[in-house]
Design a protein around this ligand. Sequence first.
Ligand SMILES: Cc1ncc(COP(=O)(O)O)c(C=O)c1O
Length: 487
Amino acid sequence: MSLSAILDPLNDPADAMPRQQQLYRRLKEAMLDGRLGPGARLPASRLLAADYGIARNTVLYAYQQLQAEGFLLADRRGTRVADLPVLHGLGVARPVASHAPAELSRRAAGLALRQHEPLLPFAPGVADLNAFPWAAWARQLQKAWGEVSARQLAYAAPAGEPRLRQALADDLRARRGVLCSPEQIFVVAGAQIALDACARLLADEGDTVWLENPCYPAARSVMQTAGLRAVHVPVDAAGMAPEPSLWESQPPRLVYLTPSHQYPLGAVLSLERRLEFLRRIVAANGWIIEDDYDSEFNHARPGYSPLPALQGLHADAPVVYVGTFSKLLYPGLRVAYMVVPRWAAREFGERIASLYRSGQAVEQRALAGFIESGALTRHLRKMAPIYRARQAVLRRELTAAFGDDVEILGGDAGLHLTLGLPAGEPDQAVIAKAMALGVTARPLSEYCAAEVPGASRNGLVLGYGMAEEKRIPELVARLARAVAADA
Ligand SMILES: Cc1ncc(COP(=O)(O)O)c(C=O)c1O
């Protein structure tokens, strides 16, 4: 192929890249896709510069860079393409059509396709970000930046900043009845990472994990891509409800539970079942992962603390307690933590340190200050009645708009309610219509395991964290229009 076919676009005014970059890229692409074969001679830099009306230094930059990378060779006779046989045929190694599906791993193929969700009212899983205590948080951040030295810009302490681990141990003991000392706490970049660590450090490929059905989809993704065999266990009004025979027929290595507020149906795991799970998991030589993602608000019994953590029933039970600041503060903070049993802490700590690198030492210090100063407790106290009122108004408006045709599930705790829909109104289609009207929700069907025939449920998971109370009636009216449009 002639060099001009490769280089003529250099004068394309639409290409905003600097000329030296353009020249470098065009030559490199031509060598990689075989248009400039091994041994092909390139013109002297002076001539090429004159032909294209560019500075000689521009050409020298591109030639020297390609020489440094090993693509070009230069000697007394001039510059030529290096004789690398592997360059032959490289051009056919990739699909040409940009729309061709990329072939990722089989694990990746099992993952649901997920787009970034717009932050519309009723998006679940988000606290009221408008009510975020900016000033108190900024003060703690500023203080933390004032205290740190260059050292804190390196990787953070593998298990988390000691001050945060201490503050968390005190807070969790008082607020959630978690029995732990700071050595048992591991700070990680989100509950998602905590679940990943559990899947990798506590189970082996092919081991059985029990998942709630319906279940937090991200937990299912993590467990399945770690190569675990999922058993989807139904949920009733008292939480995960395994048939007693399941313990013998498919004993779990891991059981993933959201005991305080089942996600997404909202059930609270009964005390009887909590005790039964603890008794059985010991016998099965397995582990319980307790995801305590949004238990802070008790709407059913205002003023009382919510049901304490399952972990607190027995200090030495094989339970990993997982908590996150995504709902208390903001999801972009990416700070969560796991509490492992005393007897497993040392081993766990050594292994987790080689799995992930930790960071955000400054934010972790700020968070410790935020907890120690009482700002977190004040924020929770301020938000509890606000969320409770939103929950009540949302329930009232849903009942008024949808009547007795639909069931409203959950809502005793947390930041969401789940609305069951009749089968004729598929949740995905309703949500597509709702989004056009400026509201959203997450389809309940997305939480259900596709592998279990007949267990799929139709409905909307509605978060009220970002829905202002006075706007709820009008927002529900829009939802009702979306449902009616689909009927
Ligand atoms: C059940 C459950 N666990 C955990 C999380 C939050 O995880 P992260 O800390 O990764 O934001 C969510 C968020 O929606 C959730 O619904």
